[in-house]
Design a protein around this ligand. Structure first.
Ligand SMILES: *Cc1c(COP(=O)(O)O)cnc(C)c1O
Length: 417
């Protein structure tokens, strides 16, 4: 299903021409297709319709209230990694019993907040965190529902910065350690063991690391059952990759088939934490050309979106397709598409073939729906972009462009005289 496509020579998001959004909302702006968001969520969720499961969208990929609210209305929950994300999730109307909480560095304040909200479960990443959560739950006179995040030591064969399931990564507890930690958890008065969790990395384009991880988890689950510890939930994390360029990631149905096959005979509720696969290709970053510039060795296209708006190319060397919002029959040229930020690492594309562009032309940076806006910053005191949700022939500004006033909010000049 293609909700971003050309009609005549104009690029549309559903039935709204992007040229109109560039004119009316301005640039840079993130633009999301409602139909695509809904379709991706539904396809993923339906792939597991035959078994008890909960799809907890990993909201660090995209955390706008309107988007979370949509997934909530489709029966989804969220995977959170901070108190701020818990706040957003609740503001978006996500029921607490559909929230799981991951992350290696939960603070006392965050733990208390999540306990008081009565979330579904904490995915615990270390022994000290287990003790801390037990202590806080005791203090509040409740029992915390927990799973331990197991690090299965499999290589997800993805970018090292987004690999999480290797021994050398900071995430989770290794399988041997996990048995001891479960033993310990069982002795603790204020925690209730709900299950097992793992998440091995992001942008996986091959199914085998998922299967390898699952096989190792199954061994663990059987040993837990032998110890008399029931596993009600098995949280398999996220990580399914998407097409940015030439990748060929498994379809959610292939992923589901492979997983369900490995799970035969096991009766627990599955939890998934997909992020990128749901939102990545449901959003783009709309930007405008400010200048073109030739140097001795390169041609540059300078646009009004920079690494503060979309950091993935600078951070991971990621590829994002760039399309003209209005097609032209101008000659192709090879350019670096760069932003206005004062860093040489500020680029959206390098050595890219693009039809010649002129100042004022708009460009669409595709596949920017995941880890786009959520990773954006105010570097160089640039107000963060607006976010727009398109549904059919309507559009909604779901986050206003920041103002200069927003930039200094909370700052204070003390009287130092
Ligand atoms: C980031 C993250 C996810 C989502 O990863 P995707 O690759 O976007 O699907 C899921 N679970 C945890 C614990 C994460 O940190």
């Amino acid at each position: 299903m293609h909700h971003f496509r050309y009609e005549q020579d104009e690029l549309y998001c559903e039935k709204v021409p992007l040229r109109k959004l560039a004119d009316q909302v301005g640039t840079p702006s993130y633009v999301y297709s409602h139909a695509t968001l809904k379709h991706h969520f539904t396809v993923f969720d339906n792939a597991f319709s035959g078994v008890p499961h909960l799809t907890c969208f990993a909201m660090k990929a995209s955390s706008n209230l309107a988007i979370l609210n949509l997934f909530g209305s489709l029966g989804g929950g969220v995977d959170i990694v901070s108190g701020g994300e818990l706040y957003r999730a609740r503001r978006a109307g996500i029921p607490a019993d559909r929230i799981v909480y991951s992350g290696v560095g939960k603070t006392v304040q965050e733990i208390d907040y999540a306990l008081k909200e009565n979330i579904l479960m904490f995915n615990i990443e270390s022994d000290l965190e287990l003790e801390a959560i037990n202590t806080r739950a005791g203090e509040l006179g409740i029992r915390a529902r927990i799973a331990l995040r197991v690090n299965p030591d499999v290589d997800p064969k993805t970018h090292p910065y987004i690999s999480t399931g290797l021994k050398k990564n900071k995430f989770g507890i290794d399988i041997e350690g996990a048995l001891r930690s479960y033993q310990r958890a069982r002795e603790l008065e204020h925690v209730e063991i709900m299950g097992v969790d793992c998440h091995i990395g992001s942008q996986l384009t091959d199914i085998s690391p998922f299967v390898d991880a699952l096989r190792r988890l199954r061994v663990l689950i059987e040993r837990l059952q032998d110890m008399g510890i029931a596993v009600h939930y098995l949280d398999l994390g996220g990580g399914l990759g998407i097409v940015y360029d030439q990748e060929s990631p498994p379809h959610p149905h292939e992923y589901a088939d492979a997983i369900l096959k490995e799970l035969e005979g096991l009766s627990c509720t599955l939890i998934f934490e997909p992020g990128r696969v749901i939102v990545g290709n449901a959003g783009l970053l709309l930007t405008r050309v400010l200048y073109t510039k030739k140097s001795a060795s390169k041609d540059f296209v300078i646009v009004d979106a920079g690494m503060n708006d979309l950091v993935r190319p600078s951070l991971y060397g990621s590829y994002h397709q760039i399309l003209p919002v209005v097609k032209s029959d101008r000659d192709m040229q090879v350019v670096d598409v760069v932003g206005p930020i004062c860093e040489s690492g500020d680029f959206l594309a390098r050595e890219r073939g693009l039809p010649m562009v002129l100042p004022g032309d708009s460009l669409a940076v595709m596949s920017a729906g995941a880890y786009g806006f959520t990773m954006s910053s105010n570097y160089n005191s640039r107000p963060r972009a607006s976010e727009v949700l398109v549904r059919d022939d309507q559009y909604f500004v779901i986050r206003k462009r920041e103002t200069h006033e927003d930039l200094v909010r909370g700052e204070w000049i003390p009287d130092l005289t």
